[in-house]
Write a new protein. Structure first.
Length: 482
């Protein structure tokens, strides 16, 4: 039986469930070698969402639901991964991949080669989040190991529900592997390296808020992250008067999907146009890329005041534009992880407006949340900011019928039932709706989930609670009984 010999810094109700899973794998780990164990939570995006890649402030709650990864050295030069959750994705639970193929050679195409090899192998897509950790640690931090690795994954974070299951997996995997190697990464460095995994190996153009929350979140506190690129501000404790819940719409979402990517591209197209209108110096920086010398806004749309956007740019930036015309006139994007496709027509004005307005909404939300007392008027204002954020997602093309209906049901119930606001979370296009409620309103939230499920035929589980991030938990060590 495997037992943790280094107790966690904070109580973890899910640790025993994880150990029970490990102890069922009687022939996977060698009993004479210790296990390095890491845990990273999912997150509920309360405010900020897709504005993170444009430099906005975001407010994120680390959830009670988390991912565990146990790592052990292996004599064979192979990465062996066993997932307790693979059946949810219809994938084989056990994968064996030669380390020589996973770690990239030097050169600008190294990550692309790793991504290509994974795509051509028999590995399911989720393996990229794990194998990519090794590729990034070798390329960015010079990891060299004569040993193979065995990894066991157990996650309670729902997959494809907008709760950042991928970031939790990346962060837990990286912390476990680093612990096995005797390395200690700071939380910010850990998160930024995991973002490289997702951007460069998996190919998902996400911002960094998910990885930062998984790494550095604190129980019952909103992580306040100024995404320029990843500057932590003072966390915002959840007031005792309120609760935050998530309701799953039953519609799977993916940050790697076309809608999320095209909205991000549209936002950076808008920024490139604003840079020209503002007379900023722009130079070519490779095929489809430019570099903007931006002393006014630092390269971030979120730094443009909403009033300035309305006065000077809102009526000038086109509603849509085809990629070929954009490239011919503007040369490319300042975004390092996306490219404009010439044959595609992009929405531009609304994706550009969203982070400008959202950053302002999030700052107002934080200021209101810190008012005392937190009366009904303040809660109503907080809820209105969430409703505005939700509508802005939909205007960008990242809504869904399920999330719209859940928000409608929350609004209809309203303060009479202790419910003040709701919005789609994360990358949008389905997933989970965040709900702001007075403490003790869980029954009202559950009733809405049941009504939605009866109408749609989709399951609508409710998630809540909070737990610490990977750094606060620390590395755990387990040994087998003699």
């Amino acid at each position: 039986m495997w037992r943790v010999v280094s107790p966690p810094s904070q109580p973890l109700p899910d640790l025993e469930r994880f150990l029970a899973q490990v102890n069922q794998q009687t022939d996977f780990f060698a009993p004479e070698r210790p296990l390095a164990i890491a845990r990273a939570p999912g997150r509920l995006d309360l405010m900020g969402g897709i504005a993170d890649y444009s430099g906005a402030l975001v407010l994120q709650l680390p959830l009670s639901l988390a991912t565990f990864v146990a790592a052990q050295r292996d004599d064979a030069p192979v990465l062996t991964v066993l997932s307790a959750n693979a059946a949810e994705l219809g994938a084989a639970p056990l994968m064996r991949l030669p380390l020589a193929e996973l770690t990239p050679a030097a050169g600008p195409r190294a990550y692309a080669e790793t991504r290509r090899w994974l795509a051509e192998s028999s590995a399911p897509a989720w393996v990229g989040y794990v194998a990519g950790v090794l590729a990034v640690l070798q390329r960015e931090r010079g990891l060299r190991s004569a040993h193979g690795l065995r990894l066991f994954i157990y996650s309670e974070v729902p997959i494809g529900k907008g709760l950042s299951s991928s970031a939790a997996l990346e962060v837990a995997t990286m912390q476990a592997i680093c612990g096995l190697c005797g390395w200690q990464l700071g939380g910010r460095e850990l998160a930024l390296l995991c973002q490289i995994v997702e951007n460069r190996v998996v190919g998902a153009p996400c911002g960094v808020m998910d990885q930062m929350t998984a790494a550095l979140g604190q129980r019952d506190q909103l992580l306040a992250l100024w995404c320029q690129p990843a500057e932590l501000e003072a966390p915002v404790p959840l007031p005792e008067e309120i609760e935050v819940w998530g309701i799953d719409s039953g519609i799977r979402h993916a940050v790697s999907g076309a809608d999320y990517r095209s909205v991000r591209v549209g936002a950076f197209m808008g920024y490139r146009m604003i840079a020209e209108l503002a007379g900023l110096h722009v130079v070519a920086a490779g095929e489809g890329q430019v570099r903007v010398d931006d002393p006014r806004w630092g390269g971030y749309l979120a730094n443009i005041p909403p009033s300035l956007w309305e006065e000077h740019y809102a009526r000038v930036i086109p509603e849509t534009l085809d990629g070929a015309s954009f490239l011919e006139r503007y040369g490319g994007l300042s975004d390092p992880v996306t490219r404009v496709e010439p044959e595609r027509i992009y929405a531009v004005r609304r994706p550009t407006a969203h982070p400008i307005r959202e950053h302002h909404r999030v700052r107002l939300f934080r200021a209101l949340l810190q008012r005392r007392p937190l009366d009904d008027e303040t809660l109503t204002l907080l809820g209105e900011l969430m409703y505005q954020s939700h509508l802005s997602y939909s205007a960008c093309g990242l809504g869904s019928d399920g999330t719209d209906r859940l928000v409608e049901l929350v609004r209809a119930a309203g303060p009479e039932y202790g419910l003040y606001g709701a919005k789609i979370t994360g990358g949008g296009s389905g997933g989970t709706v965040a709900v702001l409620a007075r403490r003790g309103a869980r029954a009202a939230v559950e009733a809405i989930a049941q009504q939605y499920s009866a109408e749609s035929g989709r399951p609508a589980p409710v998630v809540g609670g909070s737990s610490p991030g990977a750094v606060a938990v620390g590395l755990l060590v387990a040994r087998a009984d003699d």
